[in-house]
Design a protein around this ligand. Structure first.
Ligand code: HPA
Length: 235
């Protein structure tokens, strides 16, 4: 047990899929996992461990923002011996070339967040996802005929400040914005572990198109299934 996770160590798989929303973790367990049990309820940050096509997988929510995913990923990597975390989240798109529900594989997270500086005193703005996991995600996507967009993402600490879109899109290759990958990718690097992120476009900051929360639950199935299929390619 840790201050924030009540699971027993043996009840957490070495690969964790991490949506932001606890309800989405519950939905994934109910929809896709067999023989699953709830392994965390502390602060409502629901986690479930079960089997997907025979593979042991944990699905646990991260909450919103770097401080929140920073806590859970740190504890999972350090105290539960988790090797891989794949974030499955949503993002706001920075270009009209991206449609609602498009799926993005994140190459690097760019951020002005102080997360890394506070943790380790280093001024770093760009942190990469795991090339190993990304290859597995691409392999699963091609097996399932899923189209993946690839690029960087801007991790903001403030939802209502989505950055200088023009600069971030044109000069930093950021396809959109979300709030968690920067801390997740850094924790993985710091702990010698692996993390990547698959994001579904939930809103478009240029066209102003948005999804409803009900639409999101089902339409995010492509991303969920891609992440689950990826786990089958990892030992
Ligand atoms: N901004 C930040 N985070 C997000 C967004 C957004 O527009 N959409 C989904 N997550």
């Amino acid at each position: 047990m840790t201050p924030h996770i009540e699971a027993k160590k043996e009840d957490v798989a070495n690969i964790v899929l991490m949506p932001g929303d606890p309800k989405r973790a519950e939905f994934i367990a109910n929809t896709y996992l067999e023989d699953f049990k709830c392994i965390n309820q502390v602060r409502g940050m629901l986690g479930y461990t079960g089997f997907y096509k025979g593979k042991k997988v944990t699905v646990m929510a991260s909450g919103m923002g770097c401080p929140s995913i920073g806590i859970y990923s740190y504890e999972l990597f350090n105290f539960y011996d988790v090797d891989c975390i794949i974030r499955i989240g949503s993002c706001g798109a920075y270009t009209e070339n991206l449609d609602l529900y498009d799926v993005i594989l994140v190459e690097n997270s760019y951020s002005k967040s102080s997360y890394i500086e506070v943790l380790d005193g280093e001024k770093i703005n760009l942190i990469e996802s795991s090339p190993f996991l990304n290859e597995k995600i691409k392999e699963a996507a091609s097996q399932k005929n899923i189209t993946l967009q690839q690029g960087n993402i801007y991790t903001t600490d403030v939802f209502y400040a989505s950055g200088d879109i023009n600069d971030l899109y044109k000069n930093k290759n950021c396809l959109g914005t979300e709030m968690e990958t920067f801390a997740l990718f850094y924790n993985a690097k710091k702990c010698g572990k692996k993390a990547s992120a698959i994001l579904t476009v939930s809103d478009n900051l240029i066209t102003k198109k948005v999804t409803t929360s009900e639409e999101r639950q089902n339409a995010f199935k492509t991303m969920m299934e891609l992440a689950l299929e990826t786990t089958l390619l990892i030992n």
